[in-house]
Design a protein around this ligand. Structure first.
Ligand SMILES: [Fe+2]
Length: 226
């Protein structure tokens, strides 16, 4: 089984995955997945609290997968070794927590996922570079090019797209004009006309909302995909 949900922000919003709220999780195995649409937030400062949070995830019956949001410590995150996993590249955080890199296509239980994390922090003027904000939050040209190369291998057709933010038209639909200047959305816009996909899931906007037929913004909802 594969489930997907929105931002967890370290210990702040992980309660949604506690067994009291996510009863289905109790019967999962490590071959089942819960995907987080960015702002995982447990790779932040290497504190003892953070180690406890990561152990909490490791002790869950399932395997946790996340794309990066904007609230991640990218210096720490990119220090984890890159591994090949189910067709794409991951950072293995621990035995059952994996970061899905940008521009990858993963085949999980015969279902294809295109992943492309990242987003711009709108509050970055209140944050300190490499302490509480990291410029790597914005995807770069190499990641975009790698995405195109990987998508070409799959004839530009996937089942699901998992990102942190959304294409510009969707951000406009959500009336989040404060987030329209994010170059990440501009990059995602390029994928829209060239990709065939069933559904696009994203987080970032801290709301649960279905948009048109093919887009869903997730926050506390946990949706079963397969
Ligand atoms: Fe968030």
């Amino acid at each position: 089984m594969i489930f997907i949900t929105g931002d967890t922000h370290g210990g702040i919003d992980m309660k949604k995955l506690a067994s009291s709220n996510f009863a289905a999780g109790k019967n999962l195995t490590k071959d089942d997945y819960v995907i987080i649409c960015g702002d995982f937030g447990c790779i932040w400062n290497g504190s003892r609290e953070e180690a406890w949070l990561l152990k909490w995830y490791e002790d869950k019956p399932w395997t946790t997968l996340f794309v990066d949001g904007n609230h991640e410590n990218f210096d720490m995150l990119y220090d984890f070794p890159v591994e090949e996993w189910n067709g794409g590249k991951v950072h293995k955080i621990n035995g059952s927590v994996l970061h899905l890199l940008r521009g990858q296509v993963f085949s999980l239980d015969g279902v294809k996922f295109f992943t492309f994390g990242g987003a711009m922090s709108t509050d970055k003027i209140f944050r300190r570079e490499h302490i509480s904000w990291w410029p790597q939050e914005i995807p770069n040209r190499e990641e975009e090019e790698e995405a195109i190369l990987n998508l070409a291998k799959h004839n530009f057709a996937v089942d699901y797209i998992v990102t942190h933010t959304a294409p510009t038209a969707i951000v406009e639909y959500l009336n989040r004009f404060d987030r329209l200047r994010d170059p990440t959305s501009g990059m995602l816009d390029k994928f829209v006309p060239i990709l065939q996909f069933k559904h696009w899931y994203f987080g970032h906007f801290h709301t649960n909302r279905q948009i048109h037929d093919q887009y869903t913004c997730l926050y506390n909802d946990i949706i079963r995909l397969i």
